[in-house]
Design a protein around this ligand. Structure first.
Ligand code: CUA
Length: 143
């Protein structure tokens, strides 16, 4: 009897979580982070302009910096971030944007962010990665 209750409870919790992901992805148009296969050509950081309002940024995290450390885009831009690590696991948090990714060696994580407002958005490593962890940051300048 208790087993049935437990199963029903846990499966309904799972359903709520699943619904929350779908809701965020479609109704609120929030990008759900994607883990994409590691591409061996991703050895160099890059900022690529796709068109006037669309950029792709390839970021490499390593002890204890992000490369590139500064990303400048015009207001109204949509930016696809592709993230990997050259050494250990790092974090990737963009303030005021709700971005929370992991930089994992041998893997690429991707997310998309819309920068509608002018300003400076700091990026910090929020996964402890050694002595220089607290100095590991970058920024997005929206001009
Ligand atoms: Cu990189 Cu903490």
């Amino acid at each position: 009897k208790y087993e049935i209750k437990t199963i029903l409870l846990s499966s309904s919790v799972m359903a709520v979580f699943f619904f929350a992901i779908l809701y965020n992805a479609f109704a609120r148009k929030i990008d759900v982070p994607a883990c994409i296969p590691y591409n061996a050509t991703f050895r160099q950081s890059a900022i690529k302009k796709v068109d006037d309002t669309h950029y792709e940024v390839y970021i490499i995290a390593r002890m204890w910096a992000f490369d590139p450390a500064e990303i400048i885009v015009p207001a109204g831009s949509t930016v696809d971030f592709y993230l990997t690590s050259a050494d250990v696991v790092h974090g990737f948090n963009i303030e005021r944007k709700g971005v929370n990714l992991m930089a994992i060696p041998g893997a690429v994580n991707k997310t998309t962010v819309n920068f509608t407002d002018y300003g400076t958005y700091r990026i910090v490593c929020h996964e402890y990665c050694g002595a220089g962890h607290h100095n590991m940051m970058a920024q997005v300048l929206v001009t």
